[in-house]
Design a protein around this ligand. Structure first.
Ligand code: 5GP
Length: 201
């Protein structure tokens, strides 16, 4: 592929349906790759090492930080999460669009390191609906539901950093909107400088 791919960062409260939207897009588009984060949290049922995350001990995670292998990392709800740098750099150079599903502080740090990246925030249709989704999903204690809702409110403070917002009411519409964003981003003048240059001689 002649073009560099896009670096796309997606955030949003838990219960917004980010994972489902991103997976639908990836399944329908061969040019998309997911970045796989490293984390110290315990593996959940149904998750796979190297597919959902690279599961690390705290010591292993610290070594990755010290070796400069992480583009960004945060402590979130008592665990570390970080984005391995090399994979996303190679992926984008090879022309694939690289999608990162990370929380708001990490997203801001990726933007600092790569100002050309695209930041997208996914929201549920309303706060009531968010509450309903979190409660429905919750095998979780009421305190955890309350904590997640509180966290969702806090994350809203970061929304000004983002380039686009997608409301995930109907999943197909959300996927289509995401697809449209990537398409339009690729047509931006700044991403097509090389092609334009040839017309100037
Ligand atoms: P979970 O434990 O539910 O998989 O993820 C918790 C939160 O961490 C989610 O908001 C997820 O997007 C975020 N997250 C996952 N990987 C990374 C990462 O590499 N960096 C940052 N900053 N956040 C991450």
């Amino acid at each position: 592929m002649s073009h560099e791919g896009l670096l796309v960062v997606v955030s949003g409260p838990s219960g917004a349906g980010k994972g489902t939207v991103l997976k639908r897009l990836k399944d329908s588009d061969d040019s998309i790759r997911f970045s796989i984060s490293a984390t110290t949290r315990t593996i959940r049922q149904g998750e796979k090492e190297g597919l959902n995350y690279f599961f690390k001990t705290r010591d292993e995670f610290k070594s990755m930080i010290e070796a400069g292998q992480l583009l960004e990392w945060v402590e979130y709800c008592g665990n570390y999460y970080g984005t391995p740098k090399e994979y996303i750099e190679t992926t984008v150079k090879e022309g694939y669009d690289c999608l990162l599903e990370i929380e708001v502080e990490g997203a801001a740090n990726v933007k600092k390191a790569y100002p050309d990246c695209v930041l997208i925030f996914i929201l549920p249709p309303s706060f009531e609906e968010l509450k309903r989704r979190i409660e429905k999903r919750a095998t979780e204690e009421p305190e955890i539901v309350a904590k997640r809702l509180q966290r969702a409110r806090e994350e809203m403070a970061y929304i000004e950093n983002y380039d686009y917002v997608i409301v995930n009411d109907k999943i197909e519409d959300a996927v289509e909107n995401l697809r449209s964003i990537l398409k339009a981003e690729k047509l931006k003048l700044n991403r097509n400088r090389k092609m334009i240059e040839q017309f100037k001689h």
